[in-house]
Design a protein around this ligand. Structure first.
Ligand SMILES: Nc1ncnc2c1ncn2[C@@H]1O[C@H](COP(=O)(O)OP(=O)(O)OP(=O)(O)O)[C@@H](O)[C@H]1O
Length: 361
């Protein structure tokens, strides 16, 4: 089956550069895809082109297998049959909640039923006669969702739809929104700069940087097999050890790592997340036995330890005198600076990337 949304080779030239630089992307029916990336990487521009409120300089947008925009054709936004939801909910202040939701529907009995059904789904039964100013931010967000879903769009385009909400409410509203979208079977392309939001909402994440998609994969895969050092670092703090390739291997305080396909003498980064570092207290300070999974243990001196609530962060200077490693330790563990401890790392959670010089980054 053809994907609901398929874009190919999108380019948008603004302010003397390509802010969207050859983007290709598909969203299948019923799936949530998150366009994730740092501020200014071109996410909103991509979404606006797909919505039809901006026009690309090159490339094709297909919805339901039909071309809606290319070099010669451009179907206007209101005729694309997509649901739109942006950061500001833009409800009509003079209309009631029910009238807002019914806005894009024909004026008949089926619409009244549809509005009631949506009010129930977004947990606002009994709110139909209120006006937007009488509602909280979270309630307004739910009205905006109901309004966007009312004409049963097959796809919703959402640009940071939760960013105006109170932090404490946000998780709850994200989950409720996702559940309504899944019940309706609506495909979603959601723009966000927050990795946690993408991990929580997405079936698939398209990670953007400088106008390009650097990786597209399910959250588990993008987290556990990042395309490069920056992709790894976008989702959590990371440790980076510097190495050099000799005979397809690179040496680290934690033993050798394979560096396949990299040339002799190439500089590499060995990257791993703090939660994959284990502090070992065994064998009276002799260090743990090497294991296949954790490899060679290495000794480090505590530089500082910080209590973070449900976990502690402990920073080490390794015995080689240059490598620094941060470990996340569940619960409270706050060793004094100067304490010497043995560490091991999950070798299957380490990535070896060629080092990017700033000129090539
Ligand atoms: N009309 C314009 N003229 C010149 N530059 C523009 C124009 N519109 C957007 N840009 C630039 O294009 C880049 C991408 O903007 P865009 O809003 O798509 O990014 P974004 O990833 O959605 O960022 P944010 O998360 O901050 O909204 C930005 O650097 C922005 O300054």
């Amino acid at each position: 089956m053809a994907p609901l949304l398929h874009v190919e080779g999108l380019v948008r030239h603004l302010g003397g550069r390509n802010v969207v630089d050859n983007i290709s992307l598909s969203v299948p029916a019923g799936q949530v895809t998150c366009l994730l990336g740092p501020s200014g990487c071109g996410k909103s521009t991509t979404l606006r082109i797909i919505a039809g409120v901006d026009r690309q300089d090159a490339g094709v947008v297909r919805l339901n297998g039909q071309i809606v925009s290319d070099d010669t054709r451009h179907v206007p936004a209101e005729r694309r049959g997509v649901g739109l939801m942006f950061q500001d909910f833009a409800l009509f202040p003079h209309l009631t909640v029910a009238q807002n939701i019914a806005f894009g529907l024909p004026k008949d009995a089926t619409s009244t039923v549809r509005v009631q059904d949506l009010l129930n789904r977004v947990d606002l039964a009994g709110y139909g006669e209120k006006h937007p100013h009488e509602l909280s931010g979270g309630e307004q967000q739910r009205v905006a969702l109901a309004r966007a879903l009312a004409p049963r769009p097959k796809i919703m385009l959402m640009d940071e739809p939760f960013s105006g909400l109170d932090n404490r409410l946000r998780d709850e509203i994200r989950d409720a929104t996702l559940s309504v979208l899944k019940q309706e079977g609506t495909a979603v392309l959601l723009v966000t700069h927050e990795p946690d939001e993408a991990m929580r909402m997405a079936d698939e994440i398209a990670l953007m940087r400088d106008g390009r998609i650097v990786q597209q994969a399910a959250p588990y895969n993008i987290y556990n097999a990042p395309a490069d050092c920056a992709a790894a670092g976008f989702f959590s703090d990371i440790n980076i050890l510097n190495g050099e390739v000799h005979g397809a291997l690179t040496e680290t305080p934690f033993g050798q790592f394979l560096a396949p396909g990299l040339s002799e003498g190439a500089e590499v980064d060995i990257v791993f997340r703090p939660q994959h570092v284990r502090i070992d207290f065994d064998r009276n300070g002799q260090g743990p036995h090497p294991t296949a999974a954790e490899g060679t243990p290495a000794r480090g001196t505590v530089l500082r330890a910080r209590f973070m609530g449900k976990e502690s962060l402990v920073e080490f200077l390794m015995d080689d005198g240059t490598s620094r490693v941060t470990a996340t330790v569940p619960a409270v563990f706050l060793p004094k600076p100067g304490t010497i401890l043995w560490l091991s790392i999950r070798r299957d959670r380490c990535f070896v990337f060629p080092r990017k010089t700033s000129a090539a980054a």
